[in-house]
Design a protein around this ligand. Structure first.
Ligand code: CS2
Length: 487
């Protein structure tokens, strides 16, 4: 038996399920990038809205790069199990807010059709940092990227989120249909502003008048999203399917904690996501900065060091004093220049992060977090660094954290057939390979302008700190063996 509408009534009593009539739910949100995170987060908040009796807000999910989720969830009528793993065991819930899944490599235009439909009021997305095609250092659209060029050349068959959104908005403008709200739920600073910049820049390359209209008429609220959600494994599939007594082809395993802070700026209405615990606020930047710097900044650092010391998961890495001591010092440097949201104690926030990172029930792979470092470093670590430089403060621990990424790159460069899972992999590996001398490695990698801009390499104080941090890490036997650096 598989999980689907017809089998819902046969779920064990301890598994929560939709109590609303799914056939009555409107298809008003299109979500681009239906991965684990969306299904642990926005889809759950939307499910709570539906459960409260407001059936105006159903989700049509779409794969962007792959049809895998469509293949898994269509036979399940979009249903899946969300397992929240807390200290007192897991809590299982079948989520009903995703009504269907489209898109992926075999999409034949259906996705664009629904984005154009007047019934679509919000287009949201979780496509990770690289899905926006922005230069990580400057935030400008990288128009020369092949995927962007392909969408500009072939506007009727777009494959990127930018091509899809602009094409759908172009149609809506021509047909006098109000524009949907574009809701970025990715971990980018000022994610709404970045999404707007990317969409407008793409539109400018295609149709200047349309770009002006988008600038004026389309709203792009900023959001802070948070829930630690590892990629689903086959063991999770087997385990959850056994617990619910039927097959779930793609459940999601996540932590208990969840947070969503949203700027309230929607042109065609919005669900009351507060029903699921989301908060509407005009202080998004402070929330985003706290999360990106305190959570993601240390998460990435831990992931590189975990990869260098053979710690497969975050919880395992949190057992290693080399890592926990560095993280403690890093949090101090981060908090010293952090402007927390009003009434929020960043110290208490950091304490809660230690608990969350240490949760042994979450098998979050350090390899997953270590992906796409080029896209993550600027907002996670370099933003704090620049604030500290501006305040005249030294940053030995931030420098060590950046050095951890450098060792991670050097390790990959010296592994036969080694690759980084990163859009800038070729450039990074080339630069990491030229020399085994710490001062040269540090300068070579720091010269990658798409990541580090031009200011840091000319800051002699910082370069010295980085070199010191790099050498300090190389003294750790596990790190040294991994990256083969000669001191
Ligand atoms: C992680 C994030 O994969 C990563 O880079 O740092 O996905 C992290 O788990 C989430 O931002 C938590 O909300």
């Amino acid at each position: 038996m598989k999980l689907c509408n017809a089998s819902l009534s046969q779920l064990p009593a301890n598994v929560q399920r939709p109590g609303y009539d799914r056939s009555q739910v409107a298809r008003s949100i299109v979500h681009l990038g239906v991965g684990a995170f969306h299904r642990a987060h926005q889809a759950m908040y939307t499910h709570a809205v539906l459960a409260s009796g407001d059936l105006a807000w159903g989700i049509v999910g779409a794969g962007i790069v792959s049809s895998g989720m469509k293949t898994a969830l269509q036979p399940q009528d979009g249903l899946y199990t969300l397992a929240a793993m807390g200290p007192a065991g897991d809590q299982l819930q079948v989520i009903g807010s995703i009504l269907e899944v489209l898109g992926g490599e075999d999409d034949d235009g259906q996705l664009l059709d629904i984005m154009r439909a007047p019934s679509t009021r919000i287009v949201s997305m979780t496509v990770t940092e690289k899905g926006y095609y922005l230069d990580p250092a400057t935030g400008d659209l990288q128009l020369q990227m092949p995927a962007i060029q392909a969408d500009l050349a072939n506007p009727a068959m777009p494959k990127t989120i930018l091509g899809l959104i602009v094409r759908a908005l172009q149609h809506r403008k021509a047909a006098a249909i109000p524009p949907f709200t574009v809701l970025s739920c990715d971990n980018l600073p000022s994610n709404g502003k970045r999404a707007k910049a990317a969409v407008v820049a793409f539109a400018e390359a295609a149709d200047a008048e349309l770009a002006d209209w988008i600038k004026r008429e389309v709203s792009f609220p900023c959001t802070m999203v948070d829930r630690i959600t590892p990629a689903t494994t086959d063991a999770d599939r087997a385990n959850i399917s056994a617990k619910i007594g039927m097959t779930d082809a793609w459940p999601v395993v996540t932590e208990e904690f969840s947070q969503w802070v949203i700027e309230d700026n929607f042109t065609m209405g919005r669900p009351d996501w507060g029903k699921g615990g989301a908060v509407f606020s005009d202080e998004i930047e402070a929330w985003e900065n706290m999360k990106l710097r305190c959570l993601n900044g240390t998460h990435s650092t831990l992931a590189y060091l975990g990869q260098l010391t053979g710690r497969e998961t975050v919880a395992q890495a949190m057992q290693l004093p080399l890592i926990t001591n560095l993280l403690d010092a890093l949090w101090l440097e981060i908090r010293e220049v952090l402007v927390a949201p009003k009434g929020v104690d960043s110290g208490a926030y950091v304490e809660s992060l230690k608990q969350r990172f240490g949760n042994p029930a979450i098998q979050h792979r350090t390899a997953q977090i270590a992906m796409d470092g080029s896209q993550k470093l600027p907002q996670r670590l370099l933003a704090t660094l620049r604030d500290r430089i501006a305040a005249g403060l030294s940053s030995p621990t931030l420098a060590t954290a950046i050095a951890a990424w450098m060792h991670f790159a050097v390790k990959a460069a010296h592994t036969p057939g080694g690759k980084l899972n990163d859009p800038l992999s070729d450039d990074i590996l080339l630069k990491a390979k030229i020399s085994l001398q710490p001062n040269e490695i540090v300068r070579n990698l720091l010269s990658i302008q798409n990541i580090f801009g031009t200011d840091l390499i000319s800051n002699t104080g910082f370069v010295a700190e980085l070199e010191a941090g790099f050498c300090q890490l190389a003294q750790d036997p596990e790190v040294a063996t991994a990256s083969q650096v000669v001191l």
